[in-house]
Each structure stands twice: as C-alpha cells, then as structure tokens.
Write a protein that binds this ligand. Sequence first.
Ligand SMILES: Cc1cc2nc3c(=O)[nH]c(=O)nc-3n(C[C@H](O)[C@H](O)[C@H](O)COP(=O)(O)O)c2cc1C
Length: 288
Amino acid sequence: MSIRSTIRRRISIRHYESRPVPEELLQAVVSSGETSIPLDDSIRIRFHLIKEGKLVAEQMTFFTGRRWLFGSSPHFIIATSEEKPLFMLNMGFRMEQMILFATQQGLGTCWVGGMFTEERIGAFLGLDKGERVIVLTPLGYPDTSFYGRVMHDVIELGAMNFGRRKPLKQIAFGPEWGLPLETEDSELLEVLECARLAPSWANTQPWRFLVSESEVIAVADARGRYSAVRDGKHYYRLDVGIAMAHFFLAAKEMGWKGNWQVTGFDSAQVARQHAIPDGYEVLGIYRI
Ligand SMILES: Cc1cc2nc3c(=O)[nH]c(=O)nc-3n(C[C@H](O)[C@H](O)[C@H](O)COP(=O)(O)O)c2cc1C
C-alpha cells in the first residue's frame, strides 16, 4: 500500500480484537520506529513494546483502561524521549512513521497522549534519567464490528469538528501569512493534502504552511488550548511533527528530494519576514 493511501486509510482505533499479533510483526513495527528518519538525530528515543497489553491498561485511567476501550488491545507501544529542545517535534515525526507502517500491515493504532499519567507509566517502565514518557499507542487488529466503529466515533464527538479536518485554505497560505495559496501544482497540492489529513490532539490541527516556489515553512499555532502544553511537553509541536512526517513521506514517495530543516534559522526573523502573527511558532523549513 502506498504511503498516500495509508495516510488516507489510517484512523484512530479504540477497540481491538483479542487475537495477538505474531511476534515477527510486532518486532517489525518496533523496528520501523527505531529506524525511522529523525528530525534531530541527537535526541535519544525509545519505543517500548509491552506484549501483555493488560499490564499497560491497568496503569491507564479507570475508564479508558477497561476492555470496552483501549484495554481491549492485546499489545501497547510506549514512546519515551530524552528531553531536549526539539523532542516533541522529533517524536511526532518519528512515531508517525511507525504508526503508518503498522497501518500498512493491517494493524490498528491510536496516538494516546492523555488518559494516563506520566508518573505511573514511567514507574511501570523504569525510565533512565531525563527520559520522558510522551505518548503510547495500543497495537492490535482493529475491531471492525459496529461496536468498534462506535468506540471510534464516541471519542471523536469530543474532538474538534467531530474529527473532521480543516479545509486546505485554512491551513496553507501563499508565501505570506494570510495570502491565499495560488497553485495548480498537483504534486504540491497532494503533499499538502497528506499533511492536512494528519491526526492531532483532540483534532486541533495546529499546523499551518506558508508555501512559495522554493520552500514550505511549517508553523504551529502555539496559543495553547485543549491542554496543549503539560509538564513542559508541548503537544502541539508533536502534532506539527506528525503533519511534517505526512508531508515528507508523501513528497518522498513522489520523488522529491527535500528534507525538513529544523535548526539553523532564526525563527523570529522568519516570522517577521512572512508576517506570521504572535502566538505562532516557526518549526521547520522544507526546501523544494
Ligand atoms: C498527540 C496526540 C494525542 C492524542 N491523544 C488521544 C487520547 O488521549 N485519547 C484518544 O482517544 N485519542 C487521542 N488522539 C487521537 C485524536 O483524537 C485523533 O487523531 C483525531 O481526533 C483525529 O481522528 P483520527 O485519528 O481517527 O483521524 C490523540 C492524537 C494525537 C496526535
């Protein structure tokens, strides 16, 4: 399955069949995370596979850890990272590569950033010094029954716009903030569409893109709603990392050679040059 179809097919799976995933496949999923392309390769991350899912479910909040929701998952992967300036952005970018790989294998996943406390999951794992628990995902075969679909939709009722994505014109501008994107370049539009479809915390979709002929600038809405910053972890940066992964992977599949640059520019200056308003952060530049 191509990466672009995978992006279109993936949804958050919130109820699972009880049958286990074969060992080889579990290892392949973890390995896809471990070998994923980083935004900052100096940041050490780990994906902890917990084969006995109920051990993780027991550590989650009472309701979500039950069998009728995430507690049904036969396995979990818990993502931890060293705490460094770009750690959330980098984790979003890397973990989404693993999530998409799992989706390609017919497995279900769901980014879970709430519904557990870092203290409990951290104590369960036994962390290294400076290592933070960022998110976890259940992992198993999706329950495709009516009940499984309802459990997806019930939670989406609480998400922004019932889980639907913002139209492209609200998230992608021309070279300056607020200028309409005027392009007929079908490849560029396809890459932006893939970014638009990214999953995010409560479907907040905090990403914006400024697009010119030579570069695309990734910007985050940092105005912090929906628990977007907790205990020093900026969840909106995680979300933008996910959208940047979609952009990068779709572009790569179409033969583009570009990469996201996430350091080595003065973000305040870039913001001034492109009339980006206060409350937004420049997080990356992709040279086309
Ligand atoms: C960083 C992050 C954290 C999330 N945390 C949760 C969570 O705690 N519980 C949950 O049910 N869904 C969680 N989600 C899933 C989103 O609600 C979901 O991706 C979004 O509503 C869009 O739906 P879709 O994934 O089915 O396309 C999270 C997603 C992201 C990216």
